[in-house]
Ligand binder design. Structure first.
Ligand SMILES: Nc1ncnc2c1ncn2[C@@H]1O[C@H](COP(=O)(O)OP(=O)(O)OP(=O)(O)O)[C@@H](O)[C@H]1O
Ligand SMILES: [Mg+2]
Length: 239
């Protein structure tokens, strides 16, 4: 049985949060995973979400990006309540407002780096000129120009992760969400990828939410949120 969708919108202005989660709860069957999350994400925030395995970090990202529906509460993306959206509008949020990067890259193995990066924009039906301009900017930001004609199996883990980041940015999203971006990378490669995220945050003004186990990496962001057993137990600004 589907949950009744209600349309709730908030007035927005330049200082409105990019994302606001209000009393979010998420159950999987009897498993009460998120237990009342309240979170306001400001434009250009670079948030690291930390917490033990099973504390609900990935679930929180999925719920606030509309991949999973909240059991209770409401998520507002740029002032729009996402539970009130029809499937078409929800898909615009997922594909254009928010870029998502997963731990295991999820690249198409038969496509080159360039083809992988362009794919979400082609699905959207973007104009060729707009796309080329955006691609040229992003390929340098992720430092992959020399790799653009390779397929994933010809690239290192760090290079593949940078392809996944570029792909998440091609539709010019306001927000980039990344789940354990550096989980499979060595320290030096992780730092390289984190510096790229920092540039994306600074130069493109993209708001970033990054789930990580690695306390060493919090220094790249401006805010650390700690989850414990489905609740936010700490929210610290570090700049
Ligand atoms: N699709 C699902 N169906 C059922 N239970 C789920 C599902 N996704 C997550 N869970 C449960 O929700 C809880 C939180 O999982 P989640 O993946 O959000 O944790 P996490 O903090 O990201 O952990 P990790 O650091 O190991 O990735 C776990 O108990 C998990 O078993
Ligand atoms: Mg997880």
């Amino acid at each position: 049985m589907s949950k009744k969708r209600t349309n709730k919108n908030k007035k927005t202005n330049a200082n409105s949060p990019v994302i606001e989660a209000v009393n979010i709860e998420k159950d999987f069957g009897d498993n009460h995973v998120l237990k009342g999350i309240n979170l306001s994400v400001n434009k250009k925030d670079f948030i690291t979400i930390m917490g033990r395995s099973g504390s609900g970090k990935s679930t929180l990202l999925y719920v606030i990006s509309g991949i999973e529906e909240a059991t209770k509460g409401e998520v507002f993306v740029q002032g729009k309540g996402i539970s009130g959206l029809n499937d078409r509008d929800l898909s615009i949020i997922r594909t254009q407002k928010i870029g998502f990067v997963f731990q295991f890259y999820n690249l198409m193995q038969s496509l080159t780096a360039k083809e992988n990066i362009l794919l979400p924009a082609q699905v959207r039906g973007a104009e060729y000129e707009e796309l080329e301009e955006r691609y040229e900017k992003i390929i340098d930001l992720v430092d992959l120009r020399s790799q653009q004609d390779k397929i994933p199996s010809e690239m290192s883990g760090g290079q593949q992760q940078r392809v996944a980041i570029a792909r998440a940015l091609i539709n010019n999203p306001e927000i980039l969400m990344a789940d354990e971006l550096t989980g499979n990378l060595d320290n030096v490669t992780s730092e390289n990828v984190m510096n790229i995220l920092k540039n994306i945050n600074k130069e493109l003004g993209v708001t970033i939410l990054h789930v990580s186990h690695d306390r060493e990496l919090v220094k790249y962001g401006n805010r650390i949120i700690t989850l414990n057993d489905g609740q936010i137990i700490d929210d610290t600004r570090i700049q």
